[in-house]
Design a binder for this molecule. Structure first.
Ligand code: FAD
Ligand code: FES
Ligand code: FES
Length: 486
């Protein structure tokens, strides 16, 4: 008996500056920035690095939920159009209303915040995001806040002072929130009612038949597993695609699977759905894991954190990923679903089997990351050339409990010193029950020399990385037991 085919949509639906776009065929595979510039005739969005690094391509996006719409920023140069289904996008052309510049743009002009103007559209959009937040919370915009919101925007000529002055002088009283302008009920209803259908778009790109499935539920996702490369926030894969290093032609986007967006406190653990974005995780874990929340604060940029995910970071399996050492020492687990719809629950400790080799089959997807709560103290160290928006040279997470000056619990992991992030059980065994002092740290040095074989690369030499590991342990020891080092 022939099976009934589930109905599918063959187009991506989004609104851009209030205009409805049904995107079909090859155009759905463009990066949003290219779509805006070359298909939607909105060339205000600029592309400079095409790697998510400079923020010139920043646009605002929101996804209506029960008729409510709030906006965040993203880097449109690395975001495929097929990931934007169900979204309202606002580009720099959408900021002015009725022929008048928005208060954000007025402040940029009055503060002389632009010279060549290449960064200006992205700056204006990040400042608009700041204005949206400040308007809701009724907070005064101070310089520190402005700096945080502009972490992902580089300016090569103006210097940042005039742009920061613009942030501080935006007239928030006259600022009209974007949801009032672009989130009318007709738009929200149109987008939300179309979310029930799965999407499949295919197109011949060059000689390759390229396909993307964008399921709308976990069941729809299971049905497609094994038929393409999973793509989530695209902050790793989008960069690879732009560098022509992504060879896949079949994709499964998890951007619309509502069940994967669950991000909640479940009493004894945090449940972080595979589509929960970094900004959500930063807020969720703060009460118990302030150190991890702070790490996320300096992780990447707002634009990256508004779309990138913890699950993507862990599956990408970079030996220098910032979350992995922390998740390893805190016994993080992954809930993994296969194409049969069945799930398995695996410890991250054991998930990494070699360089970019992980315990995940081609027909499996991560559904959620589980982070058990504990009362231990935590320290996370990231050594990078810049504080913000930089890849670590070495990173390190330590979980520990001190009892009467001795370690009654100790877990340690390093990143950036081997093919995967690594736990250090021999050092843990050596330190357990002991006081921290110069002598024991020297014994730790010897284990580091024996066990870690880092590479030399553009960021640092192998010797420097080893030295960093030893010094990070010293830093920690001096921080928690300063009396033992006088
Ligand atoms: C400018 C910039 C700055 C960055 N800064 C940092 C930083 O400071 N620290 C850091 O660690 N990283 C950083 N990154 C890397 C990146 O942002 C993170 O690794 C991010 O968390 C990846 O998540 P994603 O959802 O975007 O993954 P994607 O790019 O969509 O996917 C990454 C990988 O995960 C797989 N995948 C995604 N979702 C699933 C799923 N549900 N199940 C199974 N597989 C899945 C994909 O197939 C792919 O292999 C940065 C990236 C950029 C562009
Ligand atoms: S062009 Fe630089 S972040 Fe997109
Ligand atoms: S004004 Fe030229 S890059 Fe900022």
């Amino acid at each position: 008996v022939a099976q009934l085919q589930e109905p599918v949509r063959d187009f991506v639906l989004l609104y851009i500056n209030g205009e409805r776009h049904e995107v079909r065929g090859a155009k759905a595979f463009l990066n949003l920035a290219d779509y805006l510039r070359y298909e939607a005739a909105l060339p205000g969005t600029k592309i400079v690095c095409a790697e998510g690094d400079c923020g010139a391509c920043t646009v605002l996006y929101g996804k209506p939920v029960d008729g409510a719409l709030s906006f965040k920023t993203l880097n449109s140069c690395i975001q495929p159009v097929f990931n934007m289904d169900g979204c309202v996008v606002v580009s720099v052309e959408g900021l002015a209303a009725r022929g008048e510049l928005s208060p954000v743009q007025v402040a940029m002009i009055n503060s002389q915040g632009a010279q060549c103007g290449y960064c200006t559209p992205g700056m204006c959009n990040s400042l608009t995001y700041l204005a949206e937040k400040a308007k809701v919370s009724d907070e005064v915009v101070c310089e520190k806040k402005a700096r945080n919101f502009l972490t992902g925007n580089l300016c090569r000529c103006t210097g940042y002072e005039p742009i920061l002055r613009a942030a501080e002088t935006m007239d928030l009283k006259t600022y009209q929130p974007l949801a009032e302008r672009y989130g009318c009920s007709a738009v929200c209803t149109d987008l939300e009612t179309k979310q029930a259908l799965d999407i499949t778009v295919s197109a011949k790109l060059g000689s390759e038949q390229t396909v993307v499935h964008v399921p709308s539920s976990l069941k729809g996702l299971a049905a497609k597993l094994g038929q393409g490369r999973l793509i989530s926030g695209a902050t790793d894969l989008g960069v690879l695609r732009n560098k022509d290093k992504l060879k896949d032609s079949k994709f499964i986007s998890v951007s619309r699977v509502a069940e994967l967006e669950v991000c909640e406190d479940r009493g004894d653990e945090y449940w972080i759905g595979a589509r929960a974005t970094w900004d959500q995780v930063e807020d969720l874990v703060r009460p118990v894991f302030a150190e991890f929340s702070h790490l996320i604060h300096v992780f990447a940029s707002p634009q990256i954190k508004h779309v990138g995910t913890l699950a993507g970071n862990l599956v990408n399996a970079s030996p220098i990923a910032d979350s992995t050492p922390f998740m390893l020492v805190n016994d993080g687990r992954l809930v993994i679903m296969s194409s049969s719809g069945k799930t398995r629950d695996v410890a991250l400790n054991g998930f990494y089997q070699g360089y970019k080799k992980i315990d995940l089959q081609s027909d499996e997807a991560v559904v959620a990351v589980r982070l058990p709560k504990n009362k231990s103290q935590q320290r996370i160290y990231k050594v990078s050339q810049r504080k913000d928006l930089d890849i670590a040279t070495v990173n390190c997470a330590i979980r520990f409990t001190m009892n009467e000056g001795k370690l009654s619990e100790i877990r340690l992991a390093f990143g950036g010193v081997a093919a995967t992030s690594v736990c250090m059980p021999r050092i843990e065994g050596l330190l357990l029950g002991q006081k921290l002092n110069a002598e024991i740290l020297e014994k730790c040095d010897a284990i580091i020399d024996q066990e870690l074989k880092p590479l030399s690369d553009v960021r640092s030499s192998a010797e420097y990385r080893l030295k960093l590991c030893k010094n990070l342990l010293r830093k920690w020891a001096h921080e928690i037991s300063p009396e033992n080092f006088v």
